[in-house]
Design a protein around this ligand. Sequence first.
Ligand code: PLP
Length: 373
Amino acid sequence: MKLDTVLVHAGVRRDPVYGALSVPIYQSATFQHPALGESTGYDYSRTGNPTRTALEEALARAEGGARALAFTSGMAALTCALRLFGPDDHLVVTEDLYGGTYRLLDHVLGLPRTYVDTTDLAAVRAAIRPNTRAILVEALTNPRMKRADLAALAGLCREVGLRLIVDNTFLTPCLCRPLALGADIVVHSATKYLAGHNDVVAGALIVRDAALGERLHFIQNAVGSALGPQESWLVLRGLKTLALRMERHQQNAARIAAWLRRHPRVEEVLYPGVSGMLSFTVKDPRLVPQVLRRVRLILFAESLGGVETLITFPWAQTHADMPVEVRERLGITDRLLRLSVGIEDAEDLIADLAQALEGECDGVRDEASAHGA
Ligand code: PLP
């Protein structure tokens, strides 16, 4: 079956009694045992819940994996994957990545790590040490929208005996299937495109190897970071329209990128031609607070991947925990804005951006600062 079909049908049709098409929300913490030593397959919802299982089956099929696990957030999913490693295990990590991942690595887990431009294979190779255990990359980096050569990275990982972990949040299985390219673990903030409606926080891990999946499930159960049944249902519902949504996100983003490239107040547009994510730099930093204040249809809000178009200011929001010199070196400046282009009519979005960018640069920079998620 093709992916679009899988997304509509995977994980569902599991109500033998009434034939409900939509998976029931099994809102139960615990499950009755038929007898001593017998189980229905479910004992306690931290360990397993039928609604979550339905979602996990759908996710595994969508990414072409042997096993998927659903988590309370993307960060919980990533934390579980990184708990495979100990304090002496070194990681090579893409330098342009979600600020929360940077915060987790630098301020919580403290695993030995080297940040490199993972689009530069020679730099990745040079960063590998005898105790390196894994390479962690984003399929499309945040916020500079760079694409690493995942097949080449997977080849390098096989050669040296490392695990390749790919955060596929920005591309989704519709645009990139890292496991087929040789990755070992796919990470998602399912909050984003997978769920798609800005109404749930969730995460996922999908793996090629069932034994690795079992180990990750052991960790997930031990730390207690599994997704609840209501949220699992919302992500599962979102998945059904993922393919359609991605097409529209991408069409709209391409049109907006082309329009921004011609705008006299825009210096650079970072849009690689895939996904609905794009970043752009304005020539004058005073335009940043102006745009954030003036947008009407577009929402100044953190997150991405939902049906509504959102604009964020990575410098003060998602990447605020990165040291200033690192942000500046990576081009995450006080002139960079990121758009998660939704599924509205592209002309309405362009009209909104046009009015937000026009007129005097009358903004006060401090107004743009907001709390980073
Ligand atoms: N990975 C990427 C690329 C993200 O953009 C985010 C959140 O913005 C996360 C992971 C974390 O996901 P969550 O907010 O669901 O914990």
